[in-house]
Design a protein around this ligand. Structure first.
Ligand code: NAP
Length: 305
């Protein structure tokens, strides 16, 4: 069954496994580093066994695609729907480079992608200058079922919405970054039949950190993290549960991409996702939280160590 049919029938479930953690040392709170190859395989196996049916990866995520490919070779019956993104380093004016990039992802995972996505949304302005044709040729060649894009800002989201061929849009959304909801863009996209995949439910782990223990280079986020921490404490709600359930309640039609670097995190996240517990009044309290500056909510602006 195609990924779109599966999604429309509710067969994908709400969670997409985020696979950047499998291929790279990732995350602001990360102490353990990239999981070993065996741990990465354990995460993929546990994900399938617990009903996860979609994976988000990218050519830029180190060994992530390769590890997924190894898993599918071991378990060909694991019919994951895989979204992958073209490396931002590929020349988006060069149709052959785009086709070669798409082909190389398919070769690594040894099957067509559910969605071939652009990782570099700034290149969307090239859509009518050959990029759109090149992406559509990737569909004709059988490299993917759909096309999509991953965005960072509401402006990029709006640009994606102008291109009907982009059926899948991945975007950040969490308790501190509610810009796409407030602007009405999420509803507009969902109403037009797009598949919306939300990431950064934990803001790369920042929302789960102790405000008192932020590393020095993240000090600029302390006040916002503390405000969020106090709100969770006043509702006697764990930060993990509040962060996850807020996104579920605010945008119930979206898929959530959640990155895990250990099997226990995966299982914890699945149970948080299914939990019926979300304190009354918490959604409204979160929506009354002051939204931080973009430098706090956009990880691509954080200082690199
Ligand atoms: N431009 C793009 O397209 C783009 C950009 C970024 C990410 N992504 C995708 O989105 C996925 C998710 O990444 P994200 O940035 O959105 O991260 P996130 O889901 O907001 O946070 C993930 C981090 O939170 C921590 N964590 C996860 N579950 C936890 C639990 N139950 N308890 C405690 N800590 C937990 C882990 O870090 P620690 O254990 O280290 O604390 C993990 O690395 C990635 O895997 C990737 O597939 C896409």
């Amino acid at each position: 069954m195609s990924f779109v049919q599966c999604h429309e029938l509710g067969g994908l479930g709400p969670m997409v496994l985020g696979a950047v953690q499998l291929g790279l040392n990732y995350g602001v709170a990360n102490k353990a580093g990239q999981p070993s190859r065996e741990s990465a395989h354990e995460i993929l196996l546990a994900a399938w066994q617990h009903g996860v049916r979609a994976i988000d990866t990218a050519q830029a995520y180190g060994e992530s695609e390769e590890i997924i490919g190894e898993h599918l070779e071991r378990y060909p019956e694991h019919n994951f729907h895989i979204f992958s993104k073209i490396s931002p380093g590929v020349d988006h004016r060069d149709a052959t480079a785009i086709l070669n990039a798409a082909r190389s992802s398919c070769q690594r995972i040894a099957r067509p992608l559910a969605s071939l996505m652009m990782h570099n949304a700034d290149a969307l302005h090239l859509w009518d200058e050959g990029l759109g044709q090149a992406m559509k040729r990737c569909l004709d060649a059988g490299f993917a079922e759909t096309l999509g894009v991953s965005i960072y800002t509401p402006e990029q989201f709006l640009a994606a919405l102008q291109i009907p061929e982009l059926r899948v849009i991945q975007a950040p959304f969490n308790v501190l970054d509610r810009r796409l909801l407030d602007s009405g863009l999420l509803d507009r996209a969902l109403d037009s039949g797009r598949v919306i995949v939300l990431r950064s439910v934990y803001l790369q782990g920042l929302l789960l950190m102790d405000a008192d223990k932020l590393p020095a280079h993240m000090g600029f986020a302390e006040e916002d993290v503390r405000r969020w921490e106090s709100l969770c404490a006043s509702h006697a709600c764990a930060k993990t549960l509040a962060a996850m359930q807020y996104v579920r309640h605010a945008v119930p039609r979206a898929l959530l991409v959640i990155g895990c670097e250990r099997t226990d995190q995966l299982l914890a996240n699945l149970s948080l996702l299914m939990s019926p517990d979300f304190p009354a009044g918490m959604k409204e309290a979160i929506e009354a939280l002051k939204m931080p500056d973009e430098r706090v909510i956009n990880p691509s602006l954080w200082p690199k160590l």
